[in-house]
Structures are given as structure tokens and as C-alpha cells.
Ligand binder design. Structure first.
Ligand code: ADP
Ligand code: MG
Length: 763
């Protein structure tokens, strides 16, 4: 430590005496930490902090409240807040929805159908007209020196329109050109009126934000206008862009991606020679760079989380083969190659002295339960308990049957815990869990209730992961001391989505079905062919097979659907199939009632099971070979796929009939066509993601899906992979973030993950 005499001038700058730099071993640009006490200042070199300070300065500026920006008053900032824009940064990261080419005005004669164009024109007539079909349409005819074109509005306020659309008025218009016969027309054009007598050229030159360039269109809200948004963005680009730091070092940003500052400027104010189509598709290098930036920090956070868990102490199981070998001998079949591969991945995780966090993906019927059971046996061999959690009572009971069936032969104690359990039975079950005599505990989320205490939980298995949130995974984990966790999902998740949602889990895929399975022949049938469908049902039952008939359950309005299913069951029983044995299953039944019906169906004491979607997941009745789905258009893609997975589970040929009314929405038609044409769960999932978009898929928001501002996992899948690899590389090479520039990156990571802290702390 060196004592210095420093001078503080009137601008609060500190000058160091000659020689000080040398004695402190600092150079201009380095940072000093000053410790100020009553009569002296102690300076120490503080180089690593430099990063933080610069970042803090830059960030602070971008965090400026939007209401402090020139021209933004309380009213405007309230409107902006409706679009979640509170700070300069929020605004800069608001992406335009689309762009319009306003680089030059197009002569009307050159406007062609399908084109979205901007042109000058003068109004020559405007009035309300009634079409041949009796519709009232407001129509205007406009012209320039080269030709004329028509404008049309449907449902316009005619009085107001007449007042604005005066003959002789001039303006600049834009919109998509349609062609009907010989007539070209624009529906609901955008309008910028010119002042009377104004000179077109000078008007355009005076308004560079809106004309003479490629112009962005932002998502708006009632009362907020495009022109206002463009004005705000210009203001921000001018005043704040200098403070946007490219925190990602060049070595990380893929070649050809501009740094953050340039990327932001290019998306809000595209260059004159920018490619319009690329802009509109969000595929310019600027858009891609922003997506990369967003993905990178997300993946870096997940990777860090995963690594932290991997460093925790966990249970190092030993594979003794005592029970696993025995089960293998008991099974009437061999494990598939995919099952064996995944099992060995699980084994090496379990043997490691760190907690396992693994996701098993596999299509319906690929045999995940068995893999989970094998893993459970390893834990049991080591004297640990296992918890298996399923999303529904029916599924939990089915797991209990399967697992109890095998385990009882090896004298392993399996306990079922359900929400409906009461009194003595419940107390007894809980006692067995807390004493540790229950070796495998199966149930719904009842398994993670407070009252359930495990003596030595070593492995937690979660079936149908997407039905549970990240939270439940965390609670299950806390039932033991860093137990291993295995989550399973039968809903194939596209790779890109899996990477965003479950990037903190290791992934195993069972990509093979047990031998002898036949493809389920799938057909779309219109209501008019119902009697033909009934004949198919009769034929199936005559062949000693069983049939599912499924009714949709629309949201939570169970009442009406319940009526549909039970009325239909009654109708079928009395009128259509009086000689068949028909059972009914729906969500309003008690667990005992459901269980009773399922058991009858399993034992082949029912020919037809009429059901709502409560049977959706995991039910296994190999003798059921025909499924009829009523109102198939009302189901989602993954739901249809899951439902169909209930048949084709034995080696007899199976069929799935999608009954529809015929009047389908575009999306519904797409869905049914996909289901009809493929049984590949991954292709179905991709299609689902495409039709519904990532926000809706699997209720992903609830499952922890981040709201990306720029990135789109459908469009930017490749960038996501690049970002993930880059994040993994950083952690691999510089886990302490000590390389130049990496300290900044770490700060930025913490800042971005701040809002998602709950996610970061639950492992
Ligand atoms: P899911 O992956 O949908 O949970 P399950 O574990 O329920 O699938 O298995 C579906 C059916 O396949 C069950 O009847 C199960 O006994 C059977 N099965 C599992 N593995 C094999 C295998 N290797 N060979 C033959 N049948 C198998
Ligand atoms: Mg299953």
C-alpha cells in the first residue's frame, strides 16, 4: 500500500502526483479503489472491477425510465407500459412486427396485385355503395398522373369517412394491392394526408422517419400510433445507442453477426439497401445477432445451473444387479436396444457421486415405465427408497399394478399413496414410508405433500413431466438429501424446445418401439359415415377385441361434456349396441369408481369404453384395437397422438377413427391431416409447435418457457444450437469467468436471470 497526496479539482476529478502511477503499478485506464477516511485517502489497484463499473454505467443509462425521455409524457409512458415498455432497454428490444418499403413512391400504373406499396394520390370520388350482394361498402377512387386505383372499407363509419375523404384531397397511401377482374383495389389503406398546397418533395424530405426508407411497424396498443413509436425509436437510437455495450466478446459471436449496438440500429432503422424479405422474416444478420444474444444468456444460465447441480454431493449408487438381473429373468421379453442404452446412461449417472437430473423422452408405448422400474431397483438394491409421481390417479394406479406385480415376486414393498386415501389406511401407508419399509412409493402429487416423509429417498421419478411444473420437481428433490431425479415424458418435445425448456437436464431418448407393434391405421371420417363407423365397431368386438370411444373435454366446462359422454354411452347401450357391454369413464367420477371401470375394461369385461380425455396418458390395454374419437377437430395434436397411443399396443392390427363434422377451421384441418399422415411423435410435435407457436405448446409458459423478445425457437433453431454450444464452451474453458470481458458477461447473466430467480434457485 502506498500513501499518496491527491488533488481534487472543481470538476471532482482527482489528479495523482507524478510518480504515483509507477509506484501503484497502474496505467491510464486502470481503476483505483479509493478508501476515504477523515484525513486520508488510501488507493489500491482495482483492475478487475473496471468491467463492472463500465457495465454499471452503461446499464444504468439503458435502465432509464421511459418517462424521462424527451417527448414522452405521463400519458404516452402509460400507453407504452401497456406493452411492457418501462425502460429505454425495453423499448430498444421491442422488435418491429413488419417492415414496409417506402424508399420510393410507386406510380399507380405500376402497382401490381399482391404488392404492398406506398404511393401518392388525389381523391377523385368517395361514397358509400351497396354491392350486388347487399353489403354496404365505403369506396374511394384516387389517382395520380399515371392511373387510378380504388380503396374499400368494410364496416366503416360512413359519416366520418365522408368528412375526411373529400374530393381533391391529396395524400400518401399504403397497403396491399388486390386485383378483382380489371379493378385493382386496396382495402383499408394507411393514410398520411398532405397539407393543402404542400409540395410533395419537401413533405417527404421533412419526415425521414416515415418516408423515403424501409419503415418499421411496431406492435401497438389503443391510442399508440406507428408514427409515435417511430419517433420514440429515433430518439432512443440517437441518444442511447452509444450506451449499448456489446458484452459478448468477438470470439463468441458467430461470424457475420453484428455487435449489439449495430444490430439494434439495423432492426429499427434498416439501411437503404437492406433486404426487405429478410427483415420481414426476422432473418437479417441483425435479427439473428439479437436472437443469439438472447439465447446465449438463457443457455448459459441453464448450463450453469446444471453444472452447479453436477458439483453437488449426491448418492453414489452401486450396481449390484441383485434385483435388476432378477427382473430381467422374470420379464417375458427382452429390453429393446434403446431401452438398454438409456438404462446404461441412467446407471452411470446413478453411480456418480452427484445428483442425477435426467429427462427420458420416448414416444407412447416405447417402454419408459420399465426403464424407470429398473432404475428404481438399483436404488432399492442400495437400501434407498424411490418415489414415483404420476399426473393422474388412474396412471398412478396403473403404475402401481405393473410395478407391484413384478416387485411382489422379488419381495420388494410397493406402496400406493393417493389423494383420496383416508384414516387408518392412509396413516399406515405414511408410516411405512417414514419408517422406510416402503421401498417404492407410487402416487400422484400426493407423494410430495408435507405429511409424506421419506426415511431415505434415493431416487425420484416423475412421469409425464410436462404435467408438472419446475416447482414440483424441486419439492420432490427436497424429500431426500440430493436424491437422483429422473423425469419422463411421452410427449415428444422438439429438440429446440427441449433445449430451451430442459437445458438443465441431461437428455436420453428411447427412439425405438418394442418389436411386433403395428402401425395404427388412421382415417378421418365425416359425420355422414357414422353408421359405417358403427359397423367397424361391431366387427372389432365380434373378433373379441375392445373399443375406445372418446369425447372431447373443452376447457373446464365439464358439465356439458360430461353430458355428451354419458348421454352417448346411454344412447349406445340402449339403441345402437344393446348386446355389448359398455362402460363410462369421466373426470367427475371418484377415483374408486374410475378404478372399478378401468379394471373391468382391462379384464375384458367391457367391450366398449366411452370416455373423456381422462384416459389420455399411459393407459395400457393391449386388447383394445379400435379407437373412435368424436369431434376430433376439438383436440390438440399432442392430445390426439397420446389418445391414439392407447391402441396398437398389442400385435393385432389397430385403427383410429377421427370423426368430424366437416366444417373445420384451417388449423383443425392441418392437425387432422398431420395425425392421419404420420405416427412419428417427433414430427407431430414439430407440426404442433408450428401450428400453435411456442407460447401455447404444452402450456410451456407454465412449464418455465422464457418469453424471448427477439428469438423465436421455431425460426431460430440453428442459432439456439450455436448459442448453446457457445455457452457450454465458455463454462468449459472459463468456469470462473476470469478471462477478459467474461466478468461483464457474468454480470449480464445475473442481471438477465434476476427476474427468473425462482427458476435459478430450484434445481
Ligand atoms: P410408455 O413408454 O408409454 O410409458 P409403457 O412403459 O407403458 O410405455 O410400455 C408399453 C407396453 O410395452 C407395456 O405393456 C410394456 O409391458 C411393454 N414393453 C415394454 N418394454 C418392452 C419390450 N422391450 N418388449 C416388449 N414389450 C415391452
Ligand atoms: Mg408411461
Amino acid at each position: 500500500m502506498t500513501l499518496l497526496r491527491v488533488v481534487i479539482d472543481k470538476d471532482a476529478r482527482i489528479s495523482l502526483p507524478e510518480g504515483a502511477l509507477k509506484s501503484l503499478d497502474v496505467r491510464p485506464g486502470d481503476f483505483l479503489e479509493l478508501n476515504i477516511s477523515e484525513n486520508r485517502i488510501v488507493a489500491t489497484k482495482a483492475a478487475p472491477v473496471a468491467d463492472n463499473i463500465q457495465s454499471a454505467i452503461a446499464r444504468k443509462n439503458l435502465q432509464t425510465g421511459i418517462q424521462f425521455i424527451k417527448g414522452i409524457g405521463p400519458k404516452l409512458s402509460a400507453l407504452l407500459e401497456k406493452r411492457d415498455i418501462r425502460t429505454v432497454e425495453d423499448a430498444l428490444f421491442l422488435m418491429p412486427l413488419r417492415y414496409e418499403d417506402r424508399r420510393e413512391l410507386v406510380p399507380i400504373s405500376r402497382l401490381s396485385a399482391g404488392q404492398t406499396a406506398v404511393f401518392y394520390a388525389k381523391v377523385i370520388s368517395a361514397d358509400l355503395v351497396t354491392t350486388k350482394g347487399g353489403r354496404r361498402v365505403f369506396e374511394a377512387l384516387v389517382r395520380d398522373d399515371s392511373g387510378t386505383i380504388a380503396f374499400k372499407w368494410f364496416n366503416a363509419n360512413a359519416t366520418w369517412m365522408k368528412r375526411t375523404w373529400k374530393v381533391g384531397r391529396e395524400g400518401i397511401f399504403s397497403g396491399e394491392v388486390n386485383q378483382f377482374g380489371y379493378q385493382r383495389e386496396v382495402h383499408h389503406p394507411d393514410v398520411d394526408w398532405l397539407q393543402e398546397g404542400a409540395d410533395l418533395k419537401s413533405v417527404l424530405a421533412a419526415d425521414p422517419a416515415n418516408f423515403g426508407r424501409i419503415v418499421p411497424f411496431y406492435p401497438l396498443t389503443e391510442g399508440l400510433h406507428q408514427k409515435t413509436m417511430r419517433r420514440i425509436m429515433r430518439e432512443l437510437l440517437g441518444g442511447f445507442l452509444g450506451n449499448v455495450e456489446s458484452i459478448l466478446p468477438d470470439s463468441i459471436l458467430p461470424a457475420g453477426f453484428p455487435p449489439l449496438k449495430i444490430a439494434l440500429s439495423q432492426v429499427h432503422a434498416p439501411a437503404q439497401d437492406a433486404a426487405l424479405a429478410e427483415l420481414n422474416e426476422g432473418r437479417t444478420p441483425a435479427h439473428r445477432a439479437l436472437a443469439f444474444d438472447e439465447f446465449f444468456y438463457w443457455e448459459l444460465g441453464l448450463a450453469l445451473k446444471k453444472r452447479n447441480v453436477a458439483l453437488e454431493d449426491g448418492i453414489a449408487f452401486q450396481v449390484t444387479h441383485r434385483y435388476t438381473k432378477e427382473l430381467a429373468k422374470l420379464l417375458p421379453f427382452e429390453l429393446t436396444a434403446a431401452q438398454r442404452r438409456v438404462l446404461s446412461e441412467i446407471k452411470s449417472d446413478m453411480m456418480a457421486p452427484h445428483p442425477m437430473n435426467r429427462l427420458i423422452q420416448g414416444d407412447v408405448g416405447c417402454g419408459k415405465t420399465l426403464v424407470a422400474l429398473m432404475a428404481s431397483l438399483i436404488a432399492v438394491e442400495n437400501g434407498h427408497q424411490v418415489a414415483i409421481m404420476a399426473p393422474t390417479e388412474i396412471l398412478a394406479e396403473q403404475h402401481w399394478h405393473t410395478i407391484h406385480n413384478w416387485c411382489s415376486r422379488m419381495e420388494i414393498e410397493v406402496v400406493l399413496i393417493t389423494a383420496g386415501m383416508k384414516g387408518k389406511a392412509k396413516k399406515e401407508a405414511l408410516d411405512r414410508v417414514s419408517r422406510g419399509t416402503a421401498q417404492i412409493v407410487i402416487g400422484t402429487h400426493a407423494v410430495i405433500q408435507e405429511k409424506v416423509e421419506f426415511a431415505r429417498l434415493g431416487l425420484g421419478v416423475i412421469d409425464e413431466q410436462h404435467r408438472f411444473g419446475v416447482l414440483q420437481r424441486g419439492i420432490l428433490k427436497k424429500k431426500g438429501i440430493n436424491p437422483d431425479i429422473l423425469v419422463m415424458t411421452a410427449t415428444p418435445i422438439p429438440r429446440t424446445l427441449a433445449m430451451t425448456l430442459f437445458g438443465d437436464l441431461s437428455l436420453s431418448v428411447i427412439d425405438e418401439l418394442p418389436p411386433g407393434r403395428t402401425k395404427v391405421e388412421t382415417g378421418i371420417y365425416l359425420e355422414s359415415r357414422r353408421s359405417q363407423v358403427y359397423d367397424m365397431i361391431r366387427a372389432e368386438i365380434a373378433g373379441k377385441r375392445q373399443v375406445y370411444i372418446i369425447y372431447p373435454l373443452v376447457e373446464e366446462t365439464e358439465k356439458s361434456d360430461l353430458k355428451a359422454a354419458s348421454q352417448m354411452a346411454e344412447h349406445l347401450e340402449k339403441v345402437i349396441f344393446p348386446t355389448f357391454r359398455i362402460g363410462l369413464l369421466h373426470g367427475r367420477m371418484s377415483p374408486d369408481e374410475k378404478e372399478a371401470v378401468m379394471t373391468l375394461f382391462k379384464l375384458n369385461k367391457l367391450d366398449i369404453l366411452v370416455s373423456t380425455t381422462v384416459i389420455e396418458v399411459g393407459i395400457d390395454v393391449p386388447n383394445a384395437t379400435l379407437m373412435v374419437i368424436e369431434h376430433a377437430e376439438r383436440f390438440g395434436l399432442s392430445q390426439l397422438h397420446q389418445l391414439r397411443g392407447r391402441v396398437g399396443r398389442g400385435n393385432a392390427a389397430s385403427r383410429c377413427i377421427l370423426l368430424t363434422t366437416g366444417r373445420l377451421s384451417e388449423d383443425a384441418e392441418k392437425r387432422l391431416k398431420v395425425i392421419e399422415s404420420t405416427s412419428d411423435g417427433f414430427r407431430i410435435a414439430e407440426a404442433d409447435l408450428e401450428i400453435r407457436g411456442p407460447g401455447d405448446f404444452l402450456g410451456t409458459r407454465q412449464a418455465g418457457m422464457p418469453d424471448f423478445r427477439v428469438a423465436n425457437i421455431l425460426r431460430d433453431g440453428k442459432i439456439l444450437e450455436q448459442a448453446r454450444q457457445a455457452a457450454l464452451d465458455v463454462l468449459e474453458n472459463d468456469p470462473e469467468f476470469s478471462a477478459p470481458g467474461h466478468a461483464l458477461m457474468k454480470n449480464e447473466l445475473l442481471r438477465r436471470w434476476e427476474r427468473r430467480l425462482e427458476l435459478a434457485t430450484i434445481g
